[in-house]
Each structure stands twice: as structure tokens, then as C-alpha cells.
Design a protein around this ligand. Structure first.
Ligand SMILES: [Zn+2]
Ligand SMILES: [Zn+2]
Length: 279
């Protein structure tokens, strides 16, 4: 695989994601440190652990290379499912697809991640999945911490002003209706709720398609179970040999099975024979 180089097209999405992660983290620290009670230390430890996993997995994701660049593709031995990419001017293996944002073919391409400006593919799926998992937990914790302030607002009675602040913070700030600090609180609180819902829906989808051994593209393209080899093997194929430990840390060793070019197809004979028995 080719060594990682910084791609200028990734600078803006990564910078925006860094600003959002930093804003949520700062608000979480502020809410924990200003709260009364004895739960400060455990909450700080949990927040730091989740932050370590979110940022670590994002860094490893960006550094991983799932593209065909530097990969030896056996031109003389093209099997079933190989296609020709006119943009890259080369034959590409099954499950490999061209990304017009990355401008290159990506091995076992899942989708293009807008937040990190790079495709999710064979080499970095594990980091994407774990960043999503820990991101969901961090946003859930942030939403619970923010909930105390929401409850205070509710006790004081909902006014049109507070409702507009929570729903349209940008508009309230631009029109000079709220102070800068109130805008920042409302904006970050909104980011936590929207981010949590977004991560929740995405994680459910990915748990489901991972269980069936398919990519997002295959799922929506009607090839849902072409590579379904049982949930345990599917987890190994996507998350590596130690798939059950990858959630612990981005640096947990979990060697990927296969080479990203050849994939074990689903054993259709067992399905056919079980159908025949039923008939
Ligand atoms: Zn291509
Ligand atoms: Zn891409």
C-alpha cells in the first residue's frame, strides 16, 4: 500500500470537523467542571476516553489508503466481476468503485465521507465504524449534560425568544437578538442533538449491513448478500482478525483479512440445497 500524503482537498472538511469536535469538547468540559456533585472526575475520564477514540480513529482513517494507488492488480488474471475504469484507465477488481470526489478507484468502496473528505473503503472501514460508535456515545453524553440547561429553560417557561434561539441560533445572532455566548451555547447544543441523531441512524445502518457483509453501495445497489459469509466472518473481513477488540482503541492491532482485491463470495449451494429440501 502507498504511504499516506496530505491531500489538499481534505483540508476544508477536516478543518470544519475539527472545529465542531473542539466546540463540543469545550462545552462538555465547561458543563462538567461548572457542575456541582461528585461525578466530575468519572465524567472527565469518560469524556477524555471517548475523545481519544474519536480523534484517534479519525487520524487513522485519514492516514489509511484504500485506493488502488500502489496496489498490484493482476491484469493477466481477470476473473468474474472485474471491470474497466475509464477514468483511472485500468482494470479494477470486484467491489472496487471509482469516486469522483477522490478522483480515484477505491477498494471495496463503501461511500465518500464528507466530514473527513475521503472514501470509506477496505483499509479504513474499521476506523470509520469506531469513530462513529464513539462519536455517538460522546454526543449522547453531551446531550445529557446539555439537558440540564434545557430543563432550566423549560422551568422558566418557553418563550418565542428561547425557542428561536434553539432552533435558529444563526439567525438570532446575525440579527443581534442574542449575545455571542448564548449563540455559541445554542449552536453547540444543536450540533450535539443533530449529530447524535445522525450518528445513531448511520450506526444502525452500518451494524445492519456489516452483519450481512455488504457495503452501503452494494446494499442500495441490490447486491445485498453477494459476499455474506456469516456474521463472524463478515466482522473479521471488515474490522480485522481481532474485530471484537477494535472498539477499545484505534491502536489495537487487528490485521485485515484478505488483500482488498479478492473476496470470498457467498456460498450459494447451501441456500439452493435448503430451498430444495423445503420444496
Ligand atoms: Zn477509477
Ligand atoms: Zn471519495
Amino acid at each position: 500500500m502507498q504511504t499516506w500524503r496530505w491531500d489538499p482537498a481534505q483540508v476544508l472538511p477536516v478543518a470544519i470537523t475539527c472545529v465542531l469536535v473542539s466546540a463540543v469538547t469545550l462545552e462538555m468540559f465547561y458543563l462538567i467542571l461548572t457542575a456541582s456533585g461528585s461525578a466530575q472526575i468519572p465524567l472527565l475520564v469518560v469524556t477524555l476516553y471517548l475523545l481519544f477514540n474519536v480523534v484517534g480513529n479519525m487520524v487513522k482513517f485519514v492516514q489509511s489508503n484504500s485506493t488502488i494507488k500502489g496496489v498490484f492488480l493482476e491484469h493477466g488474471n481477470l476473473g468474474q466481476g472485474w471491470l474497466y475504469c475509464y477514468s483511472c484507465q485500468t482494470h479494477i477488481p470486484p467491489r472496487c468503485h471509482h469516486c469522483y470526489d477522490c478522483n480515484v478507484c477505491v477498494l471495496r468502496r463503501d461511500h465518500h465521507c464528507t466530514l473527513l473528505g475521503k472514501c470509506v473503503g477496505y483499509s479504513n472501514y474499521r476506523y470509520f465504524f469506531c469513530a462513529l460508535l464513539h462519536g455517538l456515545l460522546a454526543l449522547l453524553l453531551a446531550t445529557i449534560l446539555n439537558a440540564e440547561i434545557f430543563m432550566e429553560l423549560l422551568h422558566q417557561g418557553i418563550s418565542l425568544h428561547s425557542l428561536l434561539l434553539l432552533l435558529l441560533p444563526w439567525m438570532m445572532f446575525i440579527t443581534g437578538q442574542v449575545s455571542g455566548s448564548a449563540f455559541i451555547f445554542a449552536f453547540v447544543a444543536d450540533t450535539c442533538v443533530v449529530g447524535f441523531l445522525f450518528c445513531f441512524a448511520f450506526l444502525i445502518l452500518h451494524c445492519f449491513i456489516l452483519y450481512r457483509g455488504s457495503t452501503t453501495k452494494e446494499w442500495f445497489g441490490g447486491h445485498k448478500r453477494d459476499y455474506d459469509v456469516g456474521w463472524k466472518k463478515n466482522a473479521r473481513n471488515f474490522l480485522g482478525e481481532r474485530w471484537y477488540l477494535v472498539w477499545l482503541s484505534p491502536w489495537t492491532r487487528s490485521r485485515l483479512t484478505g488483500d482488498g482485491v479478492n473476496f470470498e463470495p457467498r456460498d450459494l449451494s447451501s441456500t439452493v440445497s435448503s430451498k430444495n429440501v423445503n420444496q
